[in-house]
Design a protein around this ligand. Structure first.
Ligand code: PMP
Length: 420
């Protein structure tokens, strides 16, 4: 470093220290940890609270107050079949959480024999899942809970590094699954290209019971006019001669009510039959009254699209604010994703700085998702990824929090440069 650069750096570091001291003085209490809808977003669905009113019969005359109907209401499956690219006959409308369905399908694969499997996963010597990174911490938590080994695979702008995925899956029969968030992924907003989808569907797998866990959590959650589409994975698997390879998940958690929506599971006929068989021991049927309320509220796929435009109006300004503040304050020091949908922004700070930024932000009263949680075993080897969840606070609070985060990144980043 020459003398001019040294002077610049030491001036920047002094300024960052002053900004951080001022930030501490403000005694903020702000939370950017989880991707929750804001109260105003939830207000968009308040009508549901009064539905289905005194109606209790579904379109085919089923009494929704009673037990039964393990597949869920056909009219709701029609609506979401169109949006999730699953024929309604192969789509189940179930409880209030797709995460529960992912958890339970893993458990059923451990304790029951999947179509195409030689034995239960619990009886295998070793089970591993591929985990594209950065990824969704709750996927990794499911693996950790059941002792499933996690193998990180890097993400590219087109989805997981497919050469690496193909190499691993074709050679290792212990690899039984891969976690995929194909559209506007959590946390970096990536959408899988058609080629990635095709290769996932068609690649040779050493394990006959290999499954793609296709968590399409953000299928209709657009932030731009582009309304990005992903290829139809179920059709691609069938075409490639691997009809049972994919489990598709989705939910209305971020369409209607986070805690009181409806979750979906779609797959081949054999897999659907397999899951229904296991669920038959678990439950005498889903909450059809909530499903009826959802049908009455959303009406059809266009009704869902209209509802999502309401969400976009509320959250797009928040994503814009984050991008603007980062561009103003972090240019040259960090990079960030510019998602076209979904719920998150990934902030990439200089190597070795993420934990320290999150710690400094916490000291200043700004709670961020713990550094490392975007990686298996909470281990981000470069310690440079921070997940930002802008949806929950209002715009003014969010701006304060992001300004604060930027201050922490500048301080930690300049300290690192100064010590280099
Ligand atoms: N999958 C992904 C990728 C998510 O980001 C989330 C919520 N943060 C979920 C699943 C949870 O979905 P649900 O509310 O349907 O359980």
């Amino acid at each position: 470093m020459n003398t001019d650069q040294n002077t610049d750096l030491s001036a920047s570091l002094d300024a960052a220290r002053r900004d951080y001291a001022a930030l501490l003085e403000r005694k903020l209490k702000l939370d950017l940890t989880r991707g929750k809808p804001s109260a105003r977003q939830l207000d968009l669905s308040n009508e549901i609270l009064a539905l289905p009113g005194d109606r209790y019969k579904s379109a085919d005359g089923t009494d929704c107050r009673n037990y039964g109907g393990p597949q869920g209401l056909p009219e709701l499956r029609e609506i979401f079949g169109e949006l999730l690219d699953v024929p309604a006959g192969q789509l189940l409308a179930l409880g209030n959480s797709s995460l529960t369905l992912m958890h339970d399908t893993v458990v059923h694969a451990l304790l029951g024999v999947l179509p195409g499997a030689r034995r239960r996963w619990a009886d295998e010597e070793r089970i591993a899942f591929l985990c594209p990174v950065p990824g969704y911490d709750r996927h990794f938590d499911i693996c950790e809970r059941f002792g499933i080994e996690m193998i990180p695979v890097p993400m590219t702008p087109d989805g997981p590094d497919m050469a690496e995925v193909e190499r691993l899956v074709s050679a290792d029969a212990g690899i039984k699954g891969i976690w995929c968030v194909p559209k506007y992924s959590n946390p970096d907003g990536t959408t899988y290209s058609d080629e990635t989808t095709r290769r996932l569907a068609a690649m040779p797998a050493a394990a006959p019971d290999f499954r793609i866990f296709w968590d399409n959590a953000y299928a209709v959650h657009h932030l731009t006019d582009e309304e990005v589409q992903v290829a139809d994975i179920l059709a691609a698997c069938a075409q490639a001669g691997n009809p049972d390879r994919v489990f598709v998940y989705g939910s209305t958690s971020k369409i209607t009510l986070g805690g009181a929506g409806v979750a979906f599971f779609g797959s081949s006929e054999a897999n659907v039959k397999w899951l229904l068989g296991h669920r038959g021991k678990q439950t005498i049927g889903p909450d059809k009254i909530n499903q009826l309320a959802h049908v009455m509220f959303l009406r059809d796929a266009d009704g869902v699209r209209a509802q999502m435009r309401g969400h976009r109006e509320l959250i797009q300004p928040k994503f814009d604010a984050v991008r603007r503040i980062f561009a103003e304050r972090l240019d040259g020091l960090a990079t960030w994703s510019e998602p076209k949908g979904g719920y998150f922004i990934t902030l990439t700070v200089p190597d070795g700085c993420a934990k320290e930024v999150v710690r400094k932000a916490a000291e200043a009263g700004i709670a961020l998702t713990p550094a490392g949680s975007t990686h298996p075993y909470k281990d981000d080897p470069r310690d440079n990824v921070i997940r930002i969840a802008p949806t929950f606070p209002d715009v003014a609070e969010l701006e304060q929090a992001i300004e604060g985060v930027a201050t922490c990144v500048r301080l930690v980043g300049y300290e690192k440069l100064a010590s280099a």
